[in-house]
Design a protein around this ligand. Structure first.
Ligand code: TYD
Length: 141
């Protein structure tokens, strides 16, 4: 992962190598919220972009534990592009961060740790609505 991140935050975790590589993370040392849910994306053969949403309340940490992926994040004011290609480096995404996932390399595995249980109503899938809500929050702050 190159460069300075402004919207997302780099999460570095530890690795122990003997006959294999073992990576570990715990809260709050590495993960800045109690983990309520995990999910992972595998069999990324179609190469179709995913995401295109923001969460009203859920915070997430993403790790690409195999392969590579391009993540685009947006806080309503600016956009940031991140290549995730190392299990040792993840990103933290705060609530109200728009995310797009592109360029999955074949056989990529993306692991996501989430701060809340799945709830359909937590998703914002319309970029213009997200932009409006993010602007309202920024104006209040
Ligand atoms: P979605 O988050 O929309 O995937 P992406 O952003 O990668 O396109 O989820 C796809 C489907 O999976 C959707 O029908 C909801 C379901 N789902 C759950 O039921 N629980 C979960 O924790 C997640 C992440 C998704």
């Amino acid at each position: 992962m190159a460069g300075q991140l402004q919207i997302s935050k780099k999460i570095e975790i530890s690795k122990v190598s003997d006959e294999c590589s073992l990576y570990f993370a715990q809260t709050p040392t590495h993960i800045p919220f109690p983990i309520k849910r995990i999910f992972f994306i595998t069999e990324t053969y179609t190469l179709l972009p995913r995401g295109y949403h923001a969460h009203k309340k859920t915070k997430q940490v993403l790790f690409c534990i195999q392969g590579s992926i391009k993540i685009i994040v947006d806080d309503g004011k600016k956009r940031e592009e991140i290549i995730l290609d190392s299990p040792e480096e993840g990103i933290f995404l705060d609530r109200m961060t728009w995310i797009e996932m592109h360029d999955f390399k074949e056989d990529t595995i993306l692991l996501v740790l989430a701060s809340r249980l799945y709830k359909k109503s937590d998703y914002i899938r319309d970029y213009h609505l997200f932009h409006e809500l993010a602007k309202k929050e920024n104006d209040k702050a």
